[in-house]
Each structure stands twice: as structure tokens, then as C-alpha cells.
Design a protein around this ligand. Structure first.
Ligand SMILES: C[S@@+](CC[C@H](N)C(=O)[O-])C[C@H]1O[C@@H](n2cnc3c(N)ncnc32)[C@H](O)[C@@H]1O
Length: 256
């Protein structure tokens, strides 16, 4: 059994920040501290090691079947909430395509409790996690398995998606991401654009008269996606916003 001092020395000798050890002590299982520390030393992302992560006003279970929700996605939710708050009603219909842990869907339902929110994922394993996260955070969401928009039936005020958008040949992907996070959540064909193309081509029948489409995008995808969206939605306002680190990260298409 290693003492705290021994674990600190081990982390330091591996060049791993001691703040990760503090995180383990705070959020991990105190009876498994040494085991969990070894996993962190092996490179397993700390959120998978402790099995949960905070996101906006929720705490979410995460495991190897779901992407670890990113800070940028909290920013996306925040921006969407601000735009939707200018709507005259809070009884909205909102869809989250590629819901993963359910982070976006759950945040929308927390922000607009009277709204109908649907979360869709192609992965049944991810959807199981999302369902548990809905229960864990006491929100009532419709969860459906399927390919992008295929499970949708009605018309929506708002459709949000953080789809897989990394080109398979992208050499910038961090080793720990490539090794531990689900590839179905990361990579997409057509140099990463496939899911955006498919959603933008097929989404119109699922939109109300006034609508907001909101996407998280790769920071090098702005030019193509802004042009593509303007072609598909000539009567809507189309724009891209940067994330807090100054990278082009969010695409919005708004018709009011
Ligand atoms: C980048 S992750 C985003 C997860 C979560 N929304 C978030 O922001 O953390 C993309 C998600 O889309 C799902 N996915 C991939 N291809 C899909 C498809 N064709 N239809 C629906 N979901 C898909 C993956 O299983 C994964 O959960």
C-alpha cells in the first residue's frame, strides 16, 4: 500500500501533475486510490478512471463507450441557451444528434424544463450511459438509437450536434484520445465533414418555420462549413464563433 507521499513522488517522477492526484482524492474511490493512480500513470484519462465528470449544471457518468465531454461543448450549450432565451416561449422542441454521454441534451432540458428534448446516438452502448445520466440528473429526455436524423419524426425549434468530425488521417489527435476514447465518437469520412454534410442536406423537413441549428466544429473546418451552410440555407443567418482559446469552433444557422 503506497502512502500519499509515495504516490506524489511517483506522479512527479513520471512528470504528471499532482493536481491529478488531488482530483483522484476528491472524485475517485478512496478505497481504490492506489489502483486508480496506477491507471492515471498508464495514461487512462482521469475522467474514465473516476467514472464521472461535471458538465455545466450536471454530473455525468462516463465510460469507454462515450466521449469525455469537453469544455468547448459547455461553451456551445451556453451560447445556444443564450440565443434560445430570446425566443418568446420556453416550450421548445430540441434535438441533440450524437448525444454520447447525453451532456448537451441534459443541459438543454435543465435550461428549458418545459421543452421536449430528444437525444440520438447510433451507439447503443453510449445511449445506455446517456439514459443513466438522464436519471442521475433527474431530467426526462427521449432517447433514441439511430443514424443522425433518422429517428426524428416531428419538427424542431433547435437541433444541436457535436458529431464526430476528425479526419482519420489527422496526425494532431492526442495519443490518449486515440487510445482511450471511442473511435465512433471521433472520426468521420469525407475528411471529417461527412456528418455535417448529411445533417445539413437532410435537416430541413425537421425544422420549424423559425429555427436554430448549432454545431461544434473542428477549428480548421470553418471555411468549408460556413460556405456549405450558406449554400444550403440562403435565407438564414449563418455564422461561426470562436471558443475561449480563440479557435473557430461553433457554427450557427438561425432563422427567425
Ligand atoms: C463527438 S461525440 C459527441 C458526444 C456528446 N454529444 C458530446 O458533445 O460530448 C459524437 C457522438 O456521435 C455518435 N455518432 C457517431 N456517428 C453517428 C451517427 N451516424 N448517428 C448518430 N450518432 C452518431 C457517437 O457514438 C458519439 O457518441
Amino acid at each position: 500500500m503506497s502512502s500519499k507521499a509515495q504516490l506524489e513522488a511517483l506522479f512527479s517522477s513520471h512528470g504528471i501533475s499532482l493536481s491529478l492526484l488531488d482530483y483522484l482524492e476528491r472524485y475517485g474511490d478512496p478505497t481504490k486510490l492506489e489502483l486508480q493512480a496506477q491507471e492515471v500513470l498508464r495514461g487512462v484519462p482521469i475522467q474514465y478512471v473516476v467514472g464521472n465528470v461535471d458538465f455545466y449544471h450536471a454530473n455525468l457518468e462516463v465510460n469507454k463507450n462515450v466521449l469525455i465531454p469537453r469544455f468547448e461543448t459547455e461553451e456551445l450549450c451556453d451560447k445556444v441557451i443564450r440565443i434560445l432565451k430570446t425566443w418568446k416561449t420556453d416550450m421548445l422542441s430540441i434535438a441533440d444528434i450524437g448525444t454520447g454521454s447525453g451532456c448537451i441534451a441534459i443541459t438543454m432540458k435543465q435550461a428549458f424544463p418545459k421543452s421536449e428534448v430528444i437525444g440520438i446516438d447510433i451507439s447503443s452502448e453510449a445511449l445506455e450511459v446517456a439514459k443513466r445520466n438522464g436519471i442521475r440528473n433527474h431530467v426526462d429526455i427521449i432517447w433514441k438509437q439511430g443514424d443522425l436524423l433518422q429517428p426524428l419524426t416531428g419538427k424542431y425549434d433547435c437541433i444541436i450536434s457535436n458529431p464526430p468530425y476528425i479526419d482519420k488521417n489527422d496526425s494532431e489527435v492526442m495519443e490518449s484520445v486515440r487510445t482511450y476514447e471511442p473511435h465512433i465518437a471521433l472520426f468521420a469520412e469525407e475528411e471529417g465533414f461527412k456528418n455535417y454534410h448529411n445533417i445539413l442536406k437532410e435537416v430541413k423537413p425537421y425544422l420549424k418555420e423559425q429555427y436554430l441549428l448549432a454545431f461544434e466544429i473542428g477549428y480548421q473546418q470553418k471555411e468549408h462549413l460556413e460556405t456549405y451552410a450558406k449554400e444550403k440555407f440562403p435565407n438564414a443567418k449563418v455564422w461561426v464563433e470562436k471558443d475561449l482559446s480563440g479557435k473557430d469552433r461553433f457554427l450557427f444557422i438561425l432563422k427567425k
